[in-house]
Design a protein around this ligand. Sequence first.
Ligand code: 6GU
Length: 247
Amino acid sequence: MHIDIVTLFPNMFRGPFEESILRRAQEMGALSIAIHDLRLFGVGKHRQVDDVPYGGSPGMLLRPEPIVAAVESILDRPVFRGAGETVDLSTLPPIILLTPQGRPLTQALVKELAQHPRLVLICGRYEGFDERVREFLATDEISIGDYVLSGGELAAMVLVDAVARVLPGVLGYERGAEEDSFASGLLEGPQYTRPPEFRGRRVPPILLSGHHERIAAWRREQALKRTRERRPDLLGPTARPEDAGDR
Ligand code: 6GU
């Protein structure tokens, strides 16, 4: 998987991409990441990337030309669907805008994205994008949740991390990603490690019992209980919050 990221703040990515699982994914060749500085594609002597909105409203918008120039340079081909120009979308990698107006990132979407050999991520800043970027360049638009960040950079890092850990071989242990919260549609239940007693609080005896089937049943029960209590929405429209304590 190769991921291109277009941003005004390339340095924001250095730390997070150089540690832990993202570092290992790159070292083992499962993932490569290229960060592209949008400023280098800015307009004119001052490499301008933004301007005031037509019609008057507060803040600045990202102009279309630098973004289109950056993506056409990265992919080395025309990608903007201008008047009279057609682009065969099936031959393009997903070109994804990171904005609060996008569709929500879920584990199902993460797995879908991980199927592509290449992704192009475009980080928004200021008040957003000129609408023509959305309409005629992007193939998708993704948000990481219902709150507002100062820009798409942190969202891009979240997306890359989530995608990297489902790529084949990256986690090293086979079942890890499958047992995570959301992979099963349930939240993960409580887990314990040593010591067996800490300041008077014991690990549930079932976990020390050696009865693997009973342990598995207990874990499913606990996962279901936690999901009912905290995220009944994950169980579907029929699961009511007032049922949470019943079982
Ligand atoms: Cl992708 N961008 C920004 N600026 N804010 C967000 C977001 C993205 N997702 C949630 N909030």
